[in-house]
Design a protein around this ligand. Structure first.
Ligand code: ADP
Ligand code: MG
Length: 159
């Protein structure tokens, strides 16, 4: 499968949310979105946008704090996982990540701190890596193998 990559810079949370929304709108059931980057880089902000594109009001969307997964009902069931407190893939298995991924096959899985469980995720996934460039500037590197996300990523270049 060929790899598609795109680097974008957002200047403020609104731009990050809007980018998320444009990606969320065309998502199909079974999509897995892996978000990677340090605390405060914008993963939850981007998730609010993805969810808006999936028909979920942004005020419903927050980082799961006590549980590590939140569920929302939009066009699909959306499972929003935050693995901040999980050390690695083996700990991810212990908390049942494979069960969540199985449930998300009919919906969408959005995973913050996905670097910890990347080997457990399907090959057909979108990875978004966030870098903090300045207090309001973030670099987002989108990458995916396969057609499903390749088409979505290429669509962003010209919009
Ligand atoms: N360009 C930007 N994109 C996203 N968030 C930004 C940006 N600039 C500033 N911020 C701020 O950074 C913080 C990001 O928080 P959050 O999305 O919760 O991060 P994470 O989930 O990665 O820990 C918010 O306070 C947001 O207002
Ligand atoms: Mg977060």
């Amino acid at each position: 499968m060929s790899e598609t990559r795109l680097s974008l810079i957002t200047r403020g949370p609104t731009a990050t949310r809007e980018l998320g929304q444009r990606i969320g709108q065309p998502l199909k059931a079974g999509s897995v979105i892996a978000l990677i980057g340090e605390l405060g880089c914008g993963k939850t902000c981007f998730t609010k946008g993805l969810c808006a594109g999936l028909g979920i009001p942004k005020k419903q969307v927050n980082s799961p704090t006590f549980a590590f997964v939140n569920e929302y009902q939009g066009r699909f069931l959306v499972l929003h996982l935050d693995l901040y407190r999980i050390d690695d893939a083996s700990a991810g298995l212990d908390v049942g990540i494979m069960d969540y991924l199985a449930r998300a096959e009919k919906g969408v899985a959005i995973i913050e701190w996905a670097d910890k469980v990347l080997p457990l995720l399907p090959d057909d996934r979108m990875v978004v890596k966030f870098d903090v460039l300045s207090p309001r500037k973030r670099q987002l590197e989108l990458s995916a193998r396969g057609k499903r996300f390749g088409r979505i990523i290429r669509g962003l270049e010209f919009g």
